[in-house]
Design a binder for this molecule. Structure first.
Ligand code: SAM
Ligand code: ZN
Length: 280
């Protein structure tokens, strides 16, 4: 529920607790009078006035991501993340934080399965416009994962990070003792047939070891399992897939229209790792 998620939030200016005001527009207000109005789609921009040097995903990149994910190609991944999270979210009033929620696709699967309250963070307001529609009961916030998170200590049962940046110290702070971090990363060979044609960055070997190393100061490693999803994709689907990730910032429209207009279908395999960590 939104009210339960709001109870976990903290004002980024003074760290005070927020009240949700059901005015037009809705707003989050702390006791010191810092107020953040909801955008008309329902998300809250807590970065107001701070500016950021980060190149956020554009509206077109987000639209490509939305089309591709809603096409159901990665539904096996959404189910797998929801299964892992649900095991930890069984207690009443459980809360999940989706760091880098994007269009909210994976968070929706987790809340649908677990019934947990939710906070979704992303630096792209275009992504949050979609996320706020998919997950209207979540607190959807424009925020930068590299800054201190606008959440209380020990307020979340699960933090999930699906192809998004990781801030281990902050994830450990907001998780309750014994809380769980679920990280989804691509493995070497992920979408290799498409990567070669579109300039998508390859996945280097050793990424798994680096992930575990980067978590070691705050987390104990738990289960890690792999998931491979064979895909048969049309030209427009390949174009969406290439454009929706980090390579989208660098692809130009000529390259994309070439892909999108191609009649040929492409066979490839999405190769994921789902890693589970526990606060140590
Ligand atoms: C590859 S997308 C994955 C989105 C979503 N988890 C999914 O799998 O559909 C990465 C997301 O991380 C967000 N992101 C990147 N850097 C960020 C940062 N510093 N703070 C918050 N979000 C960030 C992007 O805006 C984007 O939505
Ligand atoms: Zn405040």
């Amino acid at each position: 529920m939104l009210s339960h998620a709001v109870a976990a939030l903290r004002c980024p200016v003074c760290q005070g607790a927020f009240q949700l005001k059901e005015d037009q527009p809705r707003s989050l207000a702390c006791g010191a009078g810092h107020t953040f109005d909801a955008a008309k789609q329902g998300y809250f921009n807590l970065l107001t006035g701070k500016g950021t040097v980060f190149e956020a995903d554009s509206a077109d990149m987000v639209a490509a991501r939305y089309r591709f994910l809603e096409g159901g190609h990665y539904s096996a991944l959404a189910d797998a993340v929801a299964d892992v999270a649900e095991g930890v979210l069984r207690r009443p009033d459980a809360l999940v934080l989706d760091a880098g929620t994007g269009t909210g696709h994976y968070l929706r699967a987790v809340t649908a399965k677990s019934g947990a309250s939710a906070v979704g963070l992303d630096i792209s307001k275009f992504a949050l416009r979609r996320a706020a529609r998919l997950n209207p009961e979540a607190a959807n916030l424009v925020w930068d994962i590299w800054r201190p998170l606008p959440m209380a200590d020990h307020s979340a049962d699960v933090v999930m990070v699906v192809f998004a940046p990781r801030n281990p110290a902050e994830f450990a702070r907001v998780l309750r003792p014994g809380g769980t971090l679920v990280v989804v990363t691509p493995r070497p060979g992920h979408l290799a047939e498409i990567a070669a044609r579109t300039g998508m960055l390859g996945i280097e070997d050793g990424k798994e070891e680096r992930l575990v190393d980067s978590m070691r100061a705050h987390f104990a490693s738990g289960d890690s399992h792999t998931l491979d999803i064979p895909l048969l994709l049309s030209g427009p689907e390949v174009a969406d897939l290439a454009f929706m990730g980090p390579a989208g910032h660098h692809l130009h429209s000529g390259q994309l229209s070439g892909l999108a207009e191609s009649d040929a279908s492409t066979t490839t395999t999405a190769m994921f790792r789902i890693s589970v960590f526990t606060v140590s």
